[in-house]
Structures are given as structure tokens and as C-alpha cells.
Design a protein around this ligand. Sequence first.
Ligand code: NAD
Ligand code: DAU
Length: 351
Amino acid sequence: MKTILITGGAGFIGSHLVRHWVQKYPETKVVNLDKLTYAGNLENLKDVEHLPNYVFEKGDIIDASLISGLFEKYNFDGVIHLAAESHVDRSISSPLDFIKTNIVGTANLLNVARDAWKERATGDVRFYHVSTDEVYGSLGATGLFSETTPYSPRSPYSASKASSDHLVRAYHHTYGLPVVISNCSNNYGGYQFPEKLIPLIIHNIRNNKPLPVYGKGENVRDWLYVGDHVQAIDIIFHKGTIGETYNVGGNNEKQNIEIVRLLCRIADRKLGREEGSAERLITFVKDRAGHDLRYAIDSSKLQHELGWKPSVTFEQGMELTVDWYLNNGEWLSRVTSGDYQSYYEQMYSGR
Ligand code: NAD
Ligand code: DAU
């Protein structure tokens, strides 16, 4: 039986990835290592936590002795590293948390993997680092980020992710650690913490609260349904060339205000409210400091070399996403009140 370590598996993308992996690969043991910060929620995995090939370990990726203990205990064949502080606004108010987890935490994992795998053949093991398109900086009205676009991160979050990408490449170049990296655009779907644009807007529509749009709402993001990112990670983990980087994106560029208006229309219809009622909640607020104008991804390398393509259209994905949050009101209420932490802290106390 192979064993892989997924870090950050209790978060948004991580929980979708863990669910996919434990079901699709019953012969692989999946160890989910997560610190359970405000963004980590084991409730996201309650439908698969009983499976015999799933194991949860609570811990912090900056803890070197914990990580080397886990490598000794499980003899991992692969690592898929997602654990991170992920919200740009929080990186503006608390940058050091991002430097600790995203830079020091990643360096720590690399260091332990390098040591633990020194007797393993390169083809036997793999360290996959999941990163973001924000490392490339901000685009003007035209152009796309490709794998050769120079790095130009502009927020503490993107600078910390860029730094972690450089460390991953350095461990490959200097020590021969078998690594692969992907840089993905904005994900959306169920189980995303409602501090990010799409779940926040749906949550506020549901509760008749103001819908905060930064600046004029003209900033552009390239949206990808989370299930399509998970498929890309699966393909890149299995077929990606060691040392390479793959950009992942949905080719769905939208201004924020377009997204918010679309969510208002879909939610009004699904909630049986009069058309236009949610739009009246839109409130233009002070812009994010250093707000990147536009991100857009060229994912042709991944499409042509590894055969990935998105399967969910933007319209389908948005319908699915609004349905998910409207049908999971209790999840939304619990994560916004923080109750889930005490619930799961109780469940895993003493571990
Ligand atoms: P998230 O914030 O929802 O989840 C992060 C998870 O990491 C949480 O479960 C949290 O508890 C855990 N974590 C945080 N610090 C930790 C630490 N020190 N030790 C162990 N676990 C820790 O994030 P997400 O949106 O699912 O993003 C996952 C990864 O994908 C991140 O690396 C992010 O940079 C990258 N990414 C995200 C997007 C996106 O649109 N969300 C797009 C591209 C790349
Ligand atoms: O591009 C990939 C990145 O996408 C990931 O690496 C990050 O982890 C993820 O958080 C996301 O970053 P963004 O900053 O693009 O996502 P966010 O949902 O915070 O914001 C999306 C856009 O919406 C952005 O232009 C800011 C704007 N916004 C956001 C919030 C929370 C608003 O206008 N109002 C809001 O309340």
C-alpha cells in the first residue's frame, strides 16, 4: 500500500482533494496533516473519515520534530502540500503568520522530505507543491500568465507563496528532491471559508447583509471550479514531469462586480425572492491595499502535455456553488460562529 501525506486537508481545496483521493485510490493510505486553524474544519470530511485508508494527524507544518516523526511513522511515498495561510486580506493585517506557515513551514517539509527520502529512488517519491497564480503579480487589460512569466508578487500572501515556490525549486536544483509545482487561479465551490468573495457574498445574501465590493468592483479574477483543480492535481501528481511547473486556470475571467451581480440573480431565484432584491445589498467599500487588478492564466502546457481540461462550465459551477451554500446553512452558521472548532477540538482532544 502506498502512503501519501496531504497537508492542509481540512481546508477548502484540501478537503475536496482528500475526499477525491481516498475514494478513487482505496489502495493508497492518505494521511491528512492539518493544524486546524480557523480555516480548517474536519466537518468538511465527515463523509469519508470512516474510510480505512484515511488518517488524520493534527499538527503544525513548522514543527520539525512532528514532521520527521510522521515520515518515520508512515514512510510516505509522496507529499501534496496545500497547508497555508491563504487569505490576502489577513496577510495585509498579519503578515508574519504567512511568513511562518507559508515560508518556514514549506522549508521545514522540504528539509524533512530531503532527509527522509535520501535512500529512496527519485522515481519512487514525489513532493508536490500547490501554489497560486498570484506569484506572477498583476496584469493590465491584456495578456496571460504562463509558466515563464517572471515572478512579481505584490501582497504578503503572494510574496510568501512565491518564496515557498523558490524554495521548492531550490531543493530540486540543489539536492535533487523530486518536486512538481502547480500555480492555480481562483477556485470556487462548496466548503470555502466565507471570508473569500463567493461564499461571503452568498452568506450575506442569505442573511440580508451588505455585499461588500472593494473599490469599483473592476478587478478581474480567472475562476475555476474546485473539482477541476482537484482533477488537475491528480493528473500532475501522477504524470507531471519532475522539476516542472504547470499553470492551472479556468479561462473564466470575470470582474468582481459581474460575479456579485450573477450571484444576486441566482440566489434571488433559488430563494424565491423578488428579482433585484439581493442587488440592493451591494455596497462599494474601501479598496484592498495594493489590490491586484487582473489575473489570467494560460493553462495550455497542462492541457497539451498532460491532457487536462476543465469539465465544469462557469454557469454550471456557479449554480452548483449557490446550491451548496444554500443547502448547507448549518455549516455556514457554524464556521462563522466558530462553533465547529470547539466541536472538533472535543472530538480530537488528547491526540
Ligand atoms: P484554506 O485556507 O481553505 O485551507 C488551508 C488549510 O491549511 C486549513 O485547513 C488550515 O487549517 C491548514 N493550515 C494552515 N496553517 C497550517 C499549518 N501551519 N500547519 C498545518 N496546517 C495548516 O486554503 P485553500 O483555499 O484550500 O488553499 C489551499 C492551498 O491552495 C494553499 O496553499 C493556497 O495557497 C493554494 N491555492 C488556493 C487557491 C484558492 O483559490 N483558494 C488558488 C490557488 C492556490
Ligand atoms: O488567484 C488565486 C488566489 O485566489 C488564491 O491564491 C488565494 O488563496 C485566494 O484567496 C484567492 O485570492 P483573491 O484575493 O483573488 O480572493 P478573494 O476571494 O479574497 O477576492 C476575490 C476578489 O474579490 C478580489 O479582487 C478582492 C474582491 N473582494 C473580496 C472580498 C473578500 C471584494 O470585492 N469584496 C470582498 O469582501
